[in-house]
Design a protein around this ligand. Structure first.
Ligand SMILES: C[S@@+](CC[C@H](N)C(=O)[O-])C[C@H]1O[C@@H](n2cnc3c(N)ncnc32)[C@H](O)[C@@H]1O
Length: 461
């Protein structure tokens, strides 16, 4: 066999990659060989004996493209899952399979820190693997150029990165938390014991793989993931077999729960829909991170009045920036928590005032509208509640939980028909979703929501 044939065999058989047509692949191999400065015999020997070289050969066939905070739905889901495991005393293991330059593992570290607090690196293991050795050097160094930050707001950049030559470096708080290993997914799978991983991010890699390789990897993931563990794939990635995975997301978000023996984990109804009405929704981290993006786009929008008469958040009616509005995401989170605490202590009007302050400065924090809407509802002020919940839905129309609260507020205001119409929208949104799929708060399941809708059908306005 000549070098190109050997190389082709390696990338297909060992790494499961779709090799491009002969001439394109041949050119890549020739370039690779020239870069190494090896003649055919030396190249043949190196390919036979050097696994690092074989991985780098494999990396020629894919693009190490990635960016920070790439999928908010996945991040919210992951945070909810990890939070539950931590509450149960677990030490979650998260694997970014095909992590490229590390944006994905660092994003995990960021959202966990943002939502669950600092100091988790001892309790949550984050591992990133890739065949591309050069990408992993960048990952270990933690220095990124602006393209990796598209979609990331100023506050995130400021909080988790430091300017340096060549771009921005990951802060000391996060650097060293994700561990990077120069291994193919297949190699890493072979090193892992059964049921040793809690979450796998296998995103935007499957497109490079042959069908048999993809099947083998899904089988391998099923072996190493704990029952109930999460597999996160990109919208464009082929779904794993339904026998062992249940689809978590009704939308095209590629969240799968590992159910090796068809068991469906059931979590009790809690969070914002159970006794503690003012509990923090798990999904609140993302909109807060987006604040940064908002502020870079339009600094002057920070002190916008909150919303228009139609209940629509209004960034255009920006006022001047004031001291009151210089809060960072962490401060907003803590103000929201303070408002919940006040509400839970019975000081509902103080809580409303606090949330109103947040909204005056940050008119795009959906959770603030939801919380204030709930507070108004609690106070019997259905009209104000309706306005706030409508604002929240304007920001995020697909949010089932907000729509549920909206239907409750409509019902309380005497709009039974409109409440019923909203419930129908929710039922439509839930149709086709599996019972165990978690909704936006990362805790309430589709089945919980179906039960609530059913119970509200019989509720008096
Ligand atoms: C498009 S990037 C995806 C990065 C990240 N997962 C994301 O979604 O942002 C694909 C990465 O998968 C890696 N890759 C492809 N096949 C692989 C394999 N068999 N084992 C490990 N990594 C692989 C490539 O080197 C590349 O860095």
């Amino acid at each position: 066999m000549n070098i190109k044939q050997i190389a082709r065999r390696i990338v297909i058989e060992e790494f499961g990659l779709k090799a491009a047509d002969d001439s394109t692949f041949g050119n890549l191999v020739t370039e690779f060989q020239m870069r190494l400065g090896l003649d055919d015999d030396a190249m043949r020997a190196a390919l036979a004996s050097n696994p690092v070289l074989r991985r780098d050969l494999a990396s020629l066939l894919s693009v190490g493209e990635s960016f920070f905070l790439r999928c908010g739905e996945h991040e919210a889901c992951l945070v909810g899952h990890v939070e539950r495991l931590l509450r149960q005393g677990g030490r979650p293991v998260i694997w970014s399979a095909g992590c490229a330059r590390g944006e994905e593992p660092y994003s995990i570290a960021m959202v966990l820190t943002e939502r669950l607090g600092a100091g988790l690196r001892e309790r949550v293991m984050i591992v990133g693997t890739d065949v591309d050795g050069r990408s992993l050097e960048t990952a270990r160094e933690g220095v990124y150029g602006s393209w990796s930050f598209r979609g990331v707001g100023y506050e995130v950049l400021h909080k988790y990165f430091r300017p340096c030559d060549g771009g921005h470096r990951v802060s000391d708080e996060l650097l060293g938390w994700p561990r990077f290993q120069h291994l193919s997914i297949q190699e890493h799978l072979a090193t892992l014991g059964p049921g040793t991983v809690d979450v796998v991010l296998f995103r935007n890699v499957a497109i490079y793989l042959t069908e048999p390789a993809l099947h083998a990897i899904h089988d391998g993931l099923s072996r190493v993931l704990v029952p109930g563990g999460l597999l996160l794939q990109a919208v464009t990635d082929p779904a794993p077999s339904r026998e062992r995975w249940s689809r978590q997301s009704g939308g095209p978000h590629g969240v799968y729960v590992h159910q090796p023996d068809g068991r469906h984990g059931r979590k009790p109804l809690d969070g914002a829909l159970a006794g503690s009405e003012f509990a923090a929704p798990v999904s609140q981290v993302r909109p807060l991170l987006r604040q940064g993006l908002e502020s870079t786009r339009s600094r002057t929008a920070r002190c916008a009045s909150g919303r228009t008469r139609a209940g629509k958040p209004d960034a255009s009616s920006a006022a001047v920036q004031s001291d009151e509005c210089r809060s960072d995401p962490q401060e907003i989170l803590s103000m929201m928590q303070k408002a919940r605490n006040l509400a839970n202590a019975g000081r509902v009007s103080d809580a409303v005032e606090l949330v109103s302050g947040v909204l005056r400065c940050h008119p795009h924090v959906r959770e603030a509208y939801v919380l204030r809407g709930q507070l108004h509802l609690h106070d019997g002020n259905s009209d104000e509640s309706i306005k706030d919940l409508r604002s929240a839905l304007f920001i995020s129309p697909a949010d089932v939980i907000t729509r549920y609260w909206y239907s409750v507020a409509l019902e309380r205001a005497g709009w039974s028909d409109r409440a019923a119409a909203q419930r129908m929208v929710i039922e439509d949104a839930l149709s086709g979703r599996v019972d165990e799929h978690l909704l936006e708060d990362g805790e309430t399941t589709v089945s919980d929501m179906r039960g609530l809708i059913l119970s509200r059908k019989g509720a008096l306005p």
